[in-house]
Design a binder for this molecule. Sequence first.
Ligand code: PLP
Length: 407
Amino acid sequence: MSLPSLPVRERLSEVRYEIRGELARRARELETQGRTLIKLNIGNPGAFGFRAPEHLQRAIADHIHRTDPYTHQQGLPEAREAIAAHHVARGTPHASPERVFVGNGVSELIDISLRALLNPGDEVLVPSPDYPLWSAATILNDGRPVFYQCREGNGFLPDPVELEALVSARTRAIVLINPNNPTGANYPRELLERIVAIAARHNLLLLCDEIYDSILYDGHGFVPVAPIAGDAPCLSFGGLSKVHRACGWRVGWAVLSGDPKRSAEFRHAMDLLGALRLCANVPGQFAIEAALTGADTITPLCRPGGRLYEARRAVIEACAASPHLELASPAGALYAFPGVVGDAAEGFDDHGFALEMLETEDVLIVPGASFNVPYRNHFRVTLLPQPDVVREVFARIDRVLDRRAQA
Ligand code: PLP
């Protein structure tokens, strides 16, 4: 007689994270069979030959003798001071080391912040498309993601009127991902002011995922939400993974701003949840001050001639030249989110297309549905490969779409 299998948490059936899901597993299988793949599924700079800046590496090496003990649950004091000073300099109200939380990447802090905030049945307004950890962490902390649409026709920007119409008595927070993953949209000040006003009217926490804050192209400028929010409670997320190309170090932070009296209990909850997991990875914390006070090494990569800029240019040109693709040019971040149009879009299913790209063209992309969108004709690629690799990938994409258009 066989024994019953182990139970798992039921709500996991509502959670998806396809960036590392079924297609990535199939890719590993193909690699073990000897196939060479071009994998564009993860925004992981180190996997594409980028290195963390040398002054950050040196900061860790120089302090390695101090990395054995746990730190304070909210993070190393000098790291928190550097993060608070960075935020004060950009106008974040009431930013102080006591209101900074250092975590094992922004990922951990997304989970901790939602766990600190939500009671069963509470709702969080999450963008669609989203970075899927936001909806997953909402669900796993007993909340309900309510998606507001960021439509392609509107440059993937949200419509504040639609967003406010989704607020209910159970809504607790608005998630903003800016600059955006997966679309590359960069939100203008006037739009952020309108969203802040909605949060203020309904007493909602602003959860601002700004992990791509310095990755912008073509003169686009980043507008942080916290200075606009003023006294309204706001949690701003940043980290070393993307801007400083150090994903593997697992270093992120969140800064609580707004009237300290209004968020005292929430601050305490974040501190308690941080204490339960002891502290974040310590060696990585020693790179934070160097990252925030040292040379800017990301902007040159985002300017003409820089590797990210040129990869993005290659994507934009390939999409413009293709009869099958449409692209809202990414203003920032590390991704493009093209849509399939015309004859090739007939009966299109993004997952089937991604599987075909993998099986027949040795290219791994992420289907748009992975980002919780209600349509099925998009896919995401990262801008991290060399421009020549991007051109090769889009030649293969066009080959498959040509076949589909003629079928
Ligand atoms: N937020 C967004 C929008 C991301 O794209 C990512 C990673 O891709 C994260 C958070 C997680 O970053 P971290 O490596 O700091 O956990």
